[in-house]
Design a binder for this molecule. Structure first.
Ligand code: ADP
Length: 630
C-alpha cells in the first residue's frame, strides 16, 4: 500500500503503555528483535533521550517502512504537545484526527508533515469514560504535505506557470499556518488575476486552498473563468483523493477480510454439509423439544420422507407407539435430570417409515451445545438386513437341529424295521438246525413263506436306502422309453392286488390308452409306492389310478378313500423320513422314505408331484410325466 501511495510517508502502530508496565514492555520489544529499544522523547536541543516519567506513554511500536524511519521507533508521541493534542482528541472522539503540521523526529529536511490518528479500543467505546478506559493505541498515517500537494499538481498535468497555489490551516486559537505554497517563477502580485478559494475539513482540521492566476495566464490561455475554476477544482480534488485513498484503503482491507471470512465460513459449511449429505447412514439433528432441524439424504431414503416434510416437526413422527407418545417427555427429562436411555448410549429401537411400515434400527444419539443451544444428533443404522440375517441363522440352526433329530429318529426306526424281519428269520432257524427233530412239513412251508416275506421286506428297505443315497449323490441315471401307461399300471396293480384284498380294498385302472416317456423300472417304483401307501392306509375302500393328457405332459393320479392326511402334515409329506405321527401310521409300518424317493424320481423325469387329502375321506396323489412326443 505504501509503495502504491507515495504521498503516505509511513504507517505506524502507537502502543499505549502504562508506567507500571514500562520496563517489562521495553524489555519485551528488545527481546523481540529491536536491541536498544527505549521509550524516547526530545530534549531542548531536539536530541532524543529516554522519556521522562509519565503515567502513560504512547511510543511508536511498529513502523513501515522501517529503514529510513528507524530513529522514530520508541518515540513517545505524548512528549510533543502538537502530537499529544491530536492523539487525545482522537482518543476522546473515537474518530480519525489529524495533527497540526509537525516536523518528524526522523526527518532532517524540516518539511512539515501531518499525522492522522485512528484510535483502537479493546472493548466497548460508547462514551468518553469507556473510550479512555479501553483505548489500546492508534494506527497512525504520516503524510508529507509537500509531497502530497506536489504529487497532486504533477498529476493534474496542467501548466502551472501562471497559477499560484496556497494552502493554509486555520486554527481557532493560533494564527493560521501556511501548509504549502506554489509560486510560478515570474510571479508578480498583480491583482488583475482571478482568485479561487475553497475550504476543506481534513480529519478535524480546517484547510483553505486559494489559487490565483496572473493576467498573462488569461491572455495566454484565452481561457475563461470557468476553466480556471475547473483547474483549481482539479488540484483540490487530487489532494482530496490522496486523503480519501487512505480511508478507502482501510475499508477495502476490511471488505476483503469480510469476504475471505465469509468465503471460509461458506467453505467449511459446505464441507460439513457434504459430509452429512454423503453419509451412508441417516443423520437427524433436533433441538431440545425434539423439533427436527436437519434430515440428510440417507434419512430421506430410509424413512421415505422428504427433508422438508420432517424439518420443523417433532421427531416422534418417525416412531411407532408406544415410543411415539413416550418420546416427548424423554428429551426434556434427560435435560432436567441427565437420566439417559439413548443419549450417549445407543440402542435398538423400532422406526416408522412414511408408508407406515416399521423397521428395526440402531439409534445412537449425541448431544452438542452450539452457542448455548442444545442440539441432539441422532445417527441411525437400519438393521433390517442384520435382523434378517440373524433370523436366517436361527432358522438354519433350527433346521440343522431338526434334520439331526430326524436322522436319529430314522436310525432308531430303521434299526427297528430291520430287526423285525431279521427276528422272524433268526427265530425260525433253531427249529431247522437238527435233522432228527424237524417240524412237520406243512409247518416248514409256513416258515418258508414267513422267511420269504421278511427277506423281501429287508430287501425293500435296503433298496430304498440305496435309491435314496444314489439320488442324493446325483448318481441315479434314467433310461426313458415310450411306455403304454395302462400296461405298467396293470402290472403294478396285479402285484399288489393280493395285499389290497387283505384290506378289503378294490383296485381300478382307468388310465386308458395313453403313452408316457419314462424309465419303466422307475415308473413302476413310483406307482408301487403310491398304490402301496394307498393300500396301507385304506380299509375296505377303493383305489383308482387315472391318467389324462395335458399340454406336453401326462398327468397320473392315484386316489384312495382311506384315512387321509391332516392338513398340517401335507406340506412335509414328501420330506425324507417324514411320517405322519399317528398310531395308524405306526401300525402300517414304513420308513418315511417312500414319498421322498417318489418325488425325486418324478422330478428326475422333469415332472411334479402334489397331494390333496382330507382326513377321513381319502387322498389323491397326482404327478406328471413327459408326453412321449415331447
Ligand atoms: P412310509 O414308507 O413310512 O409310508 P412315505 O414317505 O411313503 O413313508 O409316507 C410318509 C407318510 O405319509 C406315511 O407314514 C403316512 O403317514 C402318510 N401317507 C402317505 N400316503 C398316504 C395315503 N395314501 N393316505 C394316508 N397317509 C399317507
Amino acid at each position: 500500500m505504501l509503495r502504491r501511495l507515495a504521498s503516505i510517508h509511513a504507517m505506524e502502530w502507537v502502543h499505549r503503555v502504562h508506567h507500571a508496565e514500562r520496563d517489562a514492555y521495553e524489555e519485551a520489544v528488545r527481546a523481540g528483535g529491536l536491541p536498544g529499544f527505549r521509550i524516547t522523547e526530545r530534549d531542548g536541543q531536539g536530541r532524543l533521550q529516554p522519556a521522562g516519567r509519565r503515567d502513560e506513554y504512547f511510543p511508536i511500536h511498529y513502523l513501515a517502512p522501517l529503514e529510513q524511519n528507524k530513529a522514530a521507533m520508541g518515540f513517545d508521541l505524548t512528549s510533543d504537545p502538537l502530537r499529544r493534542a491530536a492523539l487525545e482528541q482522537a482518543r476522546d472522539s473515537g474518530e480519525l484526527t489529524a495533527s497540526a503540521p509537525v516536523f518528524l523526529v526522523q526527518d532532517t529536511t524540516r518539511k512539515p508533515s501531518i499525522l492522522i490518528f485512528a484510535p483502537l479500543y479493546s472493548g466497548p467505546a460508547e462514551d468518553l469514560a469507556q473510550r479512555r478506559a479501553t483505548l489500546r493505541g492508534f494506527t497512525v498515517g504520516v503524510y508529507h504535505l509537500n509531497d502530497i500537494f506536489r504529487d497532486a499538481m504533477h498529476k493534474s498535468r496542467l501548466d502551472l506557470d501562471n497559477v499560484s497555489l496556497r494552502i493554509r490551516e486555520v486554527a481557532a486559537l493560533q494564527r493560521d499556518e501556511l501548509l504549502f505554497t506554489h509560486l510560478p517563477e515570474a510571479w508578480d502580485q498583480s491583482p488583475a488575476g482571478l482568485e479561487y478559494r475553497h475550504s476543506l475539513n481534513v480529519a478535524g482540521r480546517y484547510w483553505i486552498f486559494s489559487a490565483r492566476s496572473t493576467p498573462a495566464y488569461l491572455a495566454a490561455q484565452q481561457t475563461s473563468i470557468s476553466w480556471f475554476v475547473l483547474l483549481a477544482g482539479l488540484i483540490i480534488s487530487a489532494v482530496l483523493a490522496a486523503y480519501l485513498a487512505h480511508l478507502l484503503n482501510r475499508q477495502a482491507i476490511i471488505r476483503r477480510q469480510v469476504r475471505d471470512r465469509t468465503h471460509e465460513l461458506a467453505a467449511s459449511e459446505s464441507r460439513n454439509r457434504a459430509v452429512v449429505d454423503t453419509a451412508v447412514n441417516p443423520l437427524i439433528t433436533m433441538d431440545e423439544r425434539g423439533t427436527v432441524r436437519s434430515f440428510n439424504p440417507a434419512a430421506e431414503r430410509a424413512f421415505g420422507y422428504q427433508a422438508d416434510e420432517v424439518i420443523g416437526r417433532n421427531v416422534n413422527m418417525l416412531m411407532p407407539e408406544p415410543y411415539h407418545s413416550a418420546h416427548d417427555g424423554y428429551l426434556s427429562r434427560y435435560l432436567a435430570s441427565g437420566e439417559a436411555h439413548i443419549i450417549g448410549i445407543g440402542r435398538e429401537v423400532v422406526a416408522r417409515r412414511q408408508d407406515g411400515s416399521l423397521f428395526p434400527m440402531d439409534l445412537a444419539v449425541g448431544e452438542s451445545r452450539v452457542d448455548g443451544e442444545v442440539l441432539f444428533v441422532g445417527m441411525i443404522v437400519d438393521i433390517t438386513l442384520r435382523k434378517q440375517a440373524e433370523q436366517a441363522l436361527r432358522d438354519a440352526k433350527e433346521q440343522a437341529e431338526c434334520a439331526n433329530r430326524m436322522k436319529s429318529e430314522f436310525v432308531n426306526m430303521m434299526s427297528h424295521e430291520l430287526r423285525t424281519p431279521l427276528t422272524v428269520i433268526l427265530g425260525y432257524l433253531p427249529l431247522l438246525k437238527h435233522a432228527e427233530k424237524m417240524p412237520p412239513a406243512e409247518m416248514i412251508v409256513g416258515m418258508a413263506a414267513d422267511i420269504q416275506a421278511s427277506g423281501d421286506h429287508l430287501l425293500h428297505l435296503i433298496n430304498d436306502l440305496l435309491d435314496l443315497s444314489k439320488i442324493e449323490a446325483g448318481k441315479l441315471d434314467l433310461r426313458p422309453e415310450t411306455l403304454v401307461l395302462a400296461e405298467v399300471a396293470n402290472e403294478v396293480l396285479d402285484r399288489l392286488r393280493l395285499k389290497a384284498q387283505e384290506h378289503g380294498t378294490a383296485l381300478a385302472n382307468e388310465t386308458d390308452a395313453l403313452s408316457v416317456r419314462a424309465d419303466p423300472l422307475r415308473l413302476r417304483q413310483i406307482l408301487i409306492n403310491l398304490v402301496g401307501n394307498a393300500i396301507k392306509f385304506t380299509q375296505g375302500g377303493d383305489i383308482t389310478v387315472k391318467a389324462r393328457a395335458l399340454e406336453g405332459q401326462i398327468e397320473i393320479s392315484v386316489a384312495d378313500t382311506g384315512i387321509g392326511i391332516p392338513e398340517a402334515d401335507l406340506p412335509e409329506i414328501f420330506d425324507k423320513f417324514r411320517q405322519v405321527d399317528s398310531s395308524s401310521t405306526r401300525k402300517a409300518g414304513g420308513t418315511g422314505l417312500g414319498l421322498a424317493i417318489t418325488k425325486s424320481l418324478v422330478e428326475l423325469h422333469g415332472g411334479t408331484i402334489t397331494v390333496d387329502s382330507r382326513p377321513g375321506e381319502g387322498s389323491i396323489f397326482t404327478f406328471t410325466l413327459p408326453h412321449p412326443e415331447e
